[in-house]
Write a protein that binds this ligand. Structure first.
Ligand code: TNX
Length: 530
């Protein structure tokens, strides 16, 4: 008897606990990145108990994102959408021109009415992603098929929130790039940089120079257009990167005469040979890049083209090249790196002619000059990306003074090709990389704690997935997740709304979701007290 009473009590206790958990549907529990403004008004939750939902969509143009909403309601709640003419339908999705921010949106849910609003389709797309995460939180924690009353008015801290893929080092088929874009879109990333050329491969078809792609896989124009369109539907812009004057062995293998005179006779094995450079004094270099950039500009609508500018081994190339040495002499240059000036002036002319703006890595390597001095006089409309470990404060100071736009990809926080822990992957081509833990990535404040007036030129964040040590998309996503969730939040959410413990709680439902979608993620076991 006593035994059975005990059993019943235990059963009740379990029920009580289970019930408490079930009742606590929490709209914020899976938001990633965290929103910048919300209210949790009193009131009854909106329940979704039927298998059909009437949706009011007053403007035709909203049709462009309707399919995404349809999928969310279907996948999360098993609901079929039924279009409705009535503004009193339980769900509304609409353009509201009073919301002026390009990425701003509002979600309001009260009195059994769920309304998504934005001034743009992009804003509505983001509202849908947030809604998806509200449902995800319910599925993961509470299973109530409901949304408690909420008001969210959100927009990002920074306009540029990007990730970079490197199919030059290890090729990534189109389907894999699209799969990656899907995951980026969930977290409101809006730029995908594609590193298309390097020593290990030239990955873009150039119709005027088919020799460039004679070795190895590459994307055709049609495939690139397909990627660009797929990304655009998800409000992601693709930025092409063609790295010059270094990282060019794949091009030199096809056109050895475009290298410095001292390297022209050397054998070029794509994938093995490194550290050669384009000759800065051969006009044919600019002729071929004129053709290339013309084709690039036709395919990528984004207003910038990234032309690299990093890790140019000047002493081994320009300083040993007969042609470059004469130019150095003629111009009275004291340092070989001064040749960067006319080189990028010429490249910029070509990019300008193609109607694009130039983007470059902020190269401050002290191998060639003291980092505190070296930021060659880039034109004002060039955007720089800071990356070198330890040199971001210098780059920030220099660009704040020079007025260049700056994107933040500091090695300390944003290099997602670095291992996530000591001893973790990658197991090959690891050149002694430092580690970037999840917690370290989360600590990233893209404003670097600067006063607001000194942050005006900071456009946002870029997480890099350099591909030397990543053979395929599963390894790429393993390196990207969960750290890119931290970067997504760094780019979107103001510092005052960010909190490590809170981030971890919201991370778990998202990892669960990614795993269910077949995304290879790393289990961040080190953040769990076990
Ligand atoms: C440096 S970051 C590079 C890349 C490498 C990367 C590896 C940058 C502008 N250049 O070419 O892939 O390090 O972490």
């Amino acid at each position: 008897m006593i035994h059975s009473i005990k059993k019943t009590m235990l059963f009740c206790l379990v029920l009580l606990i289970a019930n408490a958990t079930l009742c606590s549907q929490d709209n914020l529990s899976a938001l990633m990145p965290m929103v910048n403004y919300y209210e949790l008004p009193q009131g009854k939750p909106t329940k979704f108990k039927t298998n059909k939902a009437k949706v009011y969509m007053p403007q035709k143009e909203v049709g462009a994102v309707y399919g995404f909403l349809e999928k969310v309601l279907k996948n999360r709640l098993g609901l079929e959408i039924v279009p409705s003419e009535s503004s009193k339908a339980p769900i509304s999705i609409q353009i509201n021109r009073e919301l002026k921010g390009e990425e701003e949106y509002v979600i309001s849910n009260k009195n059994n009415r769920l309304i998504l609003e934005a001034g743009t389709l992009k804003g509505l797309f983001y509202a849908i992603q947030t809604l998806d995460q509200i449902f995800l939180g319910d599925i993961y924690h509470s299973k109530q098929q409901q949304i408690a009353p909420i008001y969210i008015h959100d927009q990002p801290r920074f306009p540029f929130r990007g990730l970079m893929l490197d199919p030059a080092r290890h090729f990534l088929p189109v389907a894999d790039v699209k799969f990656f874009i899907d995951q980026m879109a969930r977290y409101k990333f809006n730029k995908l940089q594609l590193h298309l050329t390097d020593d290990q491969g030239w990955r873009m078809q150039i119709k005027t120079h088919p020799k460039l792609t004679e070795q190895g896989p590459f994307y055709t124009h049609e495939e690139l257009k397909d990627i660009v369109a797929y990304a655009a539907q998800r409000h992601i812009e693709v930025i092409p990167e063609l790295d010059v004057p270094g990282h060019v062995v794949a091009l030199l293998a096809a056109y050895p005469e475009l290298g410095c005179t001292n390297t022209q006779q050397e054998q070029k094995i794509v994938g093995k040979t490194e550290n050669m450079m384009l000759c800065a004094s051969n006009p044919d270099v600019f002729t071929i890049y004129n053709d290339i950039i013309t084709e690039v500009a036709q395919i990528f609508p984004h207003h910038t083209i990234h032309m690299g500018g990093d890790e140019a081994r000047i002493p081994k190339n320009w300083l040993k090249c007969d042609k470059c040495l004469s130019t150095i002499k003629e111009n009275g240059y004291k340092e070989g790196r001064e040749l960067m000036q006319p080189f990028f002036k010429e490249m910029k002319k070509i990019v300008d002619m193609a109607g694009k703006k130039l983007m470059l890595w902020c190269e401050l390597d002290s191998e060639y000059a003291p980092a505190t001095e070296f930021l060659f006089s880039y034109d004002k409309d060039i955007t720089l990306i800071t990356w070198r470990w330890g040199l971001t404060p210098t780059c920030l100071e220099l660009t704040a003074a020079s007025g260049h736009n700056l994107i933040m990809a500091p090695g300390e926080f944003a290099y997602l090709d670095y291992p996530q822990l000591k001893g973790d992957l990658p197991e090959f081509n690891n050149w002694g990389m430092p580690t970037t833990t999840l917690q370290q990535s989360y600590k990233f404040d893209p404003g670097y704690g600067y006063p607001i007036e000194k942050q005006q030129h900071i456009q946002g964040v870029l997480g890099t997935l350099w591909g030397e040590a990543m053979k395929d998309i599963n390894r790429v996503t393993y390196m990207a997740f969960p750290r890119s969730l931290a970067l997504a939040e760094a780019g979107w959410t103001k510092m005052e709304h960010r909190n490590w413990e809170d981030f971890l709680t919201r991370m778990y439902p998202n990892l669960y979701n990614l795993i269910k979608l077949g995304v290879s993620v790393r289990t961040p076991f080190e953040v769990v007290n076990r």
